[in-house]
Design a protein around this ligand. Structure first.
Ligand code: HEM
Ligand code: HEM
Length: 174
């Protein structure tokens, strides 16, 4: 059976883990007993999110030069279109969400660094402050939407595997 190649699988599962970790770090941070720990959780959230932002371009470049293995038995046109929309949406959110996060912080005058390297300032405090709250709200809204789409994505992987009994999930397994 034709599978996704190894790089593809490493990128998919590695990034799935980092995205879920980024979400868990902000969603559960209030369970942490000390303010310093909550602060650390948000700092880790930012580092995880920035990794996603850089890796998603590597992944899209990889996808553009390597064919996706076929699903057997083949999907109907409608099913293919639905999968395209969901996957396209996931890729878009993996780029847009961190970008909004970067703008939200920079608009408040906060420097954003990945592993100590400061990112270019796209929006300074002077111009950005009036948009700071909206940028953060859009980031949170899109974050909640991403969670719903991930749930749909995981559910459909299991529907393919258990009900339709095709090779969709097996192609992505190690
Ligand atoms: C995969 C990437 C990312 C995902 C999925 C994500 C998702 C989220 C979610 C779900 C929330 C919480 C919303 C709520 O409280 O309802 C949040 C909050 C936040 N995010 Fe992100 N985010 C990502 C990347 C980033 C990046 C790259 C930055 C900054 C450069 C960032 C900065 C923040 C900040 C400052 C908050 C508010 C935290 C607080 O409550 O103090 N995020 N994000
Ligand atoms: C943890 C549970 C997950 C499972 C079981 C899972 C399973 C799968 C499977 C079976 C495929 C192949 C689908 C196909 O070829 O039609 C796939 C593709 C994909 N997954 Fe996931 N996934 C998970 C989490 C995630 C997360 C958290 C993300 C990112 C937010 C993600 C993003 C994607 C994307 C963008 C594709 C499309 C790959 C392509 O370019 O063809 N997945 N996933």
């Amino acid at each position: 059976m034709e599978q996704y190649n190894r790089t593809y699988k490493v990128l998919h599962w590695g990034m799935a883990f980092v995205v879920l970790a980024a979400i868990a770090l902000v969603e559960f941070k209030d369970l942490l007993p000390e303010k310093a720990m909550r602060h650390e959780a948000v700092a880790l959230h930012i580092q995880a999110g920035l990794c996603v932002f850089f890796l998603v371009w590597v992944r899209l470049a990889w996808r553009s030069i390597h064919a996706v293995p076929p699903i057997l038995p083949p999907l109907s046109r409608m099913q293919k279109a639905a999968a395209h929309v969901v996957h396209g949406g996931l890729y878009m959110m993996m780029a847009l969400l961190p970008f909004l996060g970067i703008l939200a912080l920079q608009s408040k005058g906060r420097a954003v660094s990945l592993m100590g390297m400061q990112l270019p300032v796209l929006l300074d405090e002077q111009k950005g402050l009036p948009y700071s709250l909206s940028l953060r709200s859009y980031h949170e809204l899109l974050g909640n939407f991403l969670m719903a789409v991930i749930a749909l994505h995981v559910l459909s992987a299991f529907v393919h595997h258990l009900l339709r009994q095709d090779n969709t999930l097996k192609r992505m397994l190690p």
